[in-house]
Ligand binder design. Structure first.
Ligand code: GDP
Ligand code: MN
Length: 392
């Protein structure tokens, strides 16, 4: 699960990391009020940042500075409603603009190869790290944390030294790197990224100039499988940006992934779903989705899943492939019949149900005049032919 920058910053703050304070605004008037509060508190400028779950907001024009509350409202009006990579901006983050001296990259990821949390850092911060990885891979430095000992001080220090940091910023860097590690562990995150981690120039109340490391951007993704252990994090899910299909699939407790093809697939079991998609391709078709209705699916689940498939206008034919074990064939058949009765449009469908209660299923499907198949090859071939016939 991806979370917004503002929420990611809250999780960093909870681990004691240095994050400048911010406000979230949904209207230009709220942007103006937020900007005013920061300017009144002594900020020279404010920064207004689109809150969307994609990277490269800066390049897309979603990060802008303003010198007055009025200007902030104008900038806010421009960014709110803006389209960034297909997503409409509905809220912005407002903060006192930092005076950036230098930008670094710091990220923590899970390296599945070594099964460890790896910290990555680069002196080429601010730009997309994928770009750095392509153009100048040597500019990215890594250390991997021991699962029992965590990220040790000497490891974090060596990472800081590698990107050119020296006293007095080295110890703060160590604390930040260890804070990223702690954020990973505390939230079952699979990515915690601060880009830029910036050296900013500050002037104290006595007029003395100083430099400090602060987290100016934050990106966190939470391991979906870890969410059950963090009920509070569920509240950070941004429904504004969630694909309604994903939300519906989550409610139904099924695994549904949209693809580009024309053949909707309903299968039980992830492995069987993959095999079914392979066969669709083998016979010259393209699957419209991956769908695993899970073991023991009841008729309500089947009906809901069918609605998701039919809702995709690209779908020209449907292939149902159920291997009854815990799942009962007659439950699936009943769900299919219910779904068909309510369906908003007619889509040709072929059903193959074998295993538990296959005979009962066959009887129900025959009565309802459904097209059936006995082997998976036959079913896939029929579905491909149906999709081609329908598109002509
Ligand atoms: P991203 O493009 O989505 O990664 O958004 P960022 O939050 O990283 O912002 C993009 C760029 O805007 C940063 O790399 C900075 O150069 C700039 N930026 C962000 N916040 C500030 C700020 O407070 N002050 C200044 N001067 N620049 C900022
Ligand atoms: Mn960034």
């Amino acid at each position: 699960m991806k979370i917004q920058e503002a929420d990611a910053k809250s999780l960093l703050l909870a681990q004691g990391l240095p994050v400048p304070s911010w406000k979230v605004a949904r209207t230009p008037a709220d942007v103006e009020a937020a900007a005013k509060s920061f300017l009144d508190a002594g900020a020279g400028k404010v920064v207004i940042k689109a809150q969307v779950l994609v990277g490269g907001r800066g390049k897309a024009g979603g990060v802008k500075l303003a010198s007055s509350a009025r200007e902030a409202a104008e900038v806010g009006a421009k960014i709110l409603g803006m389209d960034i990579k297909g997503i409409t901006v509905r809220k912005v983050l407002v903060a006192a603009a930092a005076e950036i001296v230098k930008e670094y990259y710091l990220g923590a990821i899970i390296d599945r190869g070594s099964r460890r949390i790896v910290l990555m850092a680069s002196a080429e911060g601010g730009v997309e790290i994928e770009e750095v990885a392509r153009q100048n891979p040597d500019a990215i430095h890594r250390v991997s944390a021991d699962p029992r000992l965590g990220l040790l001080t000497y490891q974090a220090r060596s990472l800081g030294l590698a990107i050119g940091l020296r006293d007095p910023l080295l110890n703060p860097f160590v604390a930040i790197a260890q804070g990223l590690y702690a954020t990973m562990k505390a939230n079952d995150a699979d990515l915690v990224e601060v880009n830029p981690l910036a050296i900013v120039a500050e002037t104290g109340p006595d007029g003395a100039a100083s430099q400090r490391l602060v987290c100016l951007d934050a990106k966190i993704t939470i391991d979906d499988s870890g969410l059950a252990r963090h009920r509070d994090l569920e509240a950070l899910r941004d429904l504004d940006e969630e694909d309604p299909t994903d939300a519906e699939a989550r409610k139904l407790g099924i695994n549904f992934i949209h693809l580009d093809g024309t053949i909707g697939c309903m299968v039980n079991g992830a492995g069987l779903a993959m095999t079914t998609m392979d066969l669709v391709k083998h016979f010259g078709g393209e699957p419209a989705n991956f769908l695993d209705v899970g073991g023991g699916a009841r008729h309500e689940t089947v009906r809901g899943a069918m609605e998701l498939i039919v809702a995709d206008p690209k779908v020209k034919a449907i292939l149902v492939n159920i291997f009854g074990g815990i799942t009962r064939g007659d439950e699936v058949a009943r769900g299919l019949i219910e779904a068909h009765a309510e369906q908003s449009r007619e889509v040709p469908m072929v059903v193959r149900i074998v295993g538990t209660n296959a005979a009962e299923a066959a009887k129900l499907l025959e009565e309802a005049r459904f097209e059936t198949a006995t082997s998976l090859d036959e079913a896939a071939e029929k579905a491909v032919a149906m999709a081609k016939g329908a598109s002509r």
